[in-house]
Design a protein around this ligand. Sequence first.
Ligand code: SAM
Length: 454
Amino acid sequence: MGGSEDEDDEDDEEALQSGNLEDLRQVEKRMRTAARVLSHWKELGPATGRSRSDLVEQLIADICQYHGYTPFLAEKLFEIFGVEEALDFFTASDTPRPLTIRVNTLKTRRRDLAQALINRGVNLEPLEGGWSKVGLQVFSGSSVPIGATPEYLAGHYILQAASSFLPVMAMDPQPHERCLDMSAAPGGKTTYISALMGNTGEVWANDSSRGRIKGLGGNVARLGCRNVIITNVDGREFPKVMGGFDRVLLDAPCSGSGVISKDPSVKVNKTERDFMLLGHLQKQLLLCAIDSVKTGGTVVYSTCSVTTEENEAVVSYALRKRSHIKLVDTGLPFGKEGFKSFRGKQFGKGIELTRRFYPHVQNVDGFYVAKFAILAKEKKAPEALEPTLPYETLPINEDEEEAAAAAADDGPTFDNDEDEKLIEETKKRQFKKKGLNPRADKGKAGAKAKQVDE
Ligand SMILES: C[S@@+](CC[C@H](N)C(=O)[O-])C[C@H]1O[C@@H](n2cnc3c(N)ncnc32)[C@H](O)[C@@H]1O
């Protein structure tokens, strides 16, 4: 784990030149000591002669200076990992993860690709731990541009972080199925799904970003994925656009708190509001993903974030809102269990089956993977049928949401007056769509609508 000795030497060199090395070493030592004292406060605290809050304040100030985080995010990560482990996370997030590529089995075999690249002078090895048959780790030192070899241009491989393989492995797509990758660009996972399905069946690859769709199209074409259909809509349009999929992957838009080594701007540009809005969007998208799958199907939810509000809280929300789903084993060979609770909040049934991956533990990007099985919906008497709550009206704030959940026991609650209005509006829209006058006599309109349907 961590950077190479050469990189450390370069950092030291820079710090030396700016006359700061001694300061940095001192700050580093002070942080480690403070973290150890805080973790064993009862035994070690009194001897410091300082208050706990004073020490926490100093530690946060040091982290902000040394690692460049805002106090807000530093504290947030403390809460997730505890102080000592958080320091390991900060250090690992300041160094790049190993460079990895995924072999495109639609075009070649790992052995053949490895040989071709070795012949060009690339140093590589299978991924550590033997958990992937399609991954190769590329070592620095060779002058070969790994993103521009003839094999790359011919689509024999894609540059892909190792942890990004995991949601697709959990999804386990099968030949001839109909799958949806709801937020797919630039297509690392879509092209893997396509390969696992052996270019059979259908992979609907969707992304709401027009700009990012171009990259997705490029990768799909380069890797020769002929079973992929690309769409460019907001994921929340599913299942209105189409449904009945065998499997859906929602690799959700997220804060990127697990991939800070790739995008250090996350250290300073995320606010409480960002996390709240992201959590809200993720919840909406996850419900839509679930509603787009047929009975007996599978949904995989993943993020490259380590925060609970983007992970366990989203999954628990879905469990509360959809009673016909359950969490199942991801089948992934490593990873830490999802949190059962966080700051007094208990997460849903089976949450320990979800998996967390960390840069400082497995030397992979921070990731989260949850897998749901979609069961048959309980049959209800026609008069008991509830309208589906429009996704736009999902409560945005946790308190609001919790109050709703408490009142609901298992299923979603509905405000009758509001629902009446919504049902009326939906009916009107449907009538208009069919060229009917919504104000016309209900009986006649109903009869005409029936004719059109037939
Ligand atoms: C984590 S990235 C997906 C990475 C992709 N799965 C891969 O492996 O290459 C999240 C994606 O979600 C897309 N996105 C954001 N909001 C969305 C929405 N409402 N519906 C669909 N896609 C959305 C973003 O454009 C972005 O490409």
